[in-house]
Ligand binder design. Structure first.
Ligand code: HPA
Length: 264
């Protein structure tokens, strides 16, 4: 896919890319020493976000002396974007020099030890989209069959685990399963996903992580467990509940994410 590389971001030379999920976009405004912003609509060839609560811009600046490029708002498959479109930001990050991707999301908890408001370090994923962002032509400098046996960098995970232990922040760890959405899952699907080995379920992250690994980026993934998954909770699921939990745990999430940048 064609895309113009924005000069202002290229010149800033960001080292770390950060994808801020549902209700988590505040981080860029609260914690980054902002050097600039660039709305997606100003980037030729770029898709534009359609979900409320997703501002749809890059925010870049410094945190812990590192140059970070945040996506305030991401693209979802359920919005109707193609896999190629929704992973274009990862290709942009790679081309402007980003070496590490920190990816966040809101997720439903399958693991019965998890409670809403917990954070989960992603240690692996299950791609349940039924498609793959790497389907299609492959350029000569790209791997056709990239390895996915260690998507989520173990050193970075260890670093964040250590920070959490020292700072008294509970941190769960587990497998993230991604579906297309946008309907939430049925209780039968959740039971099936638990049997498959999933600890949390969501509608994002996996396409970005796959493309990032193909491009050789190191990946760190964090889920905010916003709700118990369908059937584990007896209540109907709503986007409001997801959003409210994400808002409630903002301070802890911001601390965790800032720590994630510091360990990169
Ligand atoms: N299912 C899928 N996606 C989600 C959920 C869920 O329960 N919570 C937040 N994102």
């Amino acid at each position: 896919m064609k895309m113009n590389l924005p000069e202002q971001i290229l010149n800033y030379r960001p080292e770390i890319g950060l994808i801020l999920g549902s209700g988590l976009g505040f981080f860029a405004d609260d914690r980054i020493e902002v050097a600039g912003r660039l709305p997606y609509e100003d980037i030729e060839g770029f898709p534009v976000s359609t979900v409320p609560g997703h501002a749809g811009q890059f925010v870049y600046g410094e945190l812990h002396g590192k140059r970070v490029l945040c996506m305030q708002g991401r693209f979802h498959y359920y919005e109707g974007y193609t896999m190629a479109q929704l992973t274009l930001p990862i290709r942009l990050m790679h081309r402007v020099g980003v070496k590490t991707l920190i990816v966040t999301n809101a997720a439903g908890g399958l693991n019965r030890d998890f409670s809403p408001g917990d954070f989960m370090l992603i240690n692996d994923h299950i791609n349940f989209f039924g498609t793959n962002p790497l389907i299609g032509p492959c350029s000569e400098d790209e791997l056709r069959f990239p390895d996915m046996s260690a998507v989520y960098d173990s050193e970075l995970r260890e670093g964040l685990r250590e920070w959490a232990a020292v700072n008294g922040q509970d941190l769960q760890e587990g497998v993230y399963l991604a579906t297309t959405g946008p309907s939430f899952e049925t209780p039968a699907e959740i039971r099936a996903f638990a049997t498959l080995g999933a600890d949390a379920v969501g509608m994002s992250t996996v396409p970005e992580a796959i493309v990032a690994r193909q491009l050789g980026l190191r990946v760190l993934g964090i889920s905010c467990i916003t709700n118990a998954a369908a059937g584990i909770s007896q209540e109907p699921l709503t986007h409001e509940e997801v959003f409210e939990t994400a808002v409630r745990v903002r301070p802890q999430f911001a601390d965790l994410l800032a720590a994630a940048v510091s360990v990169c």
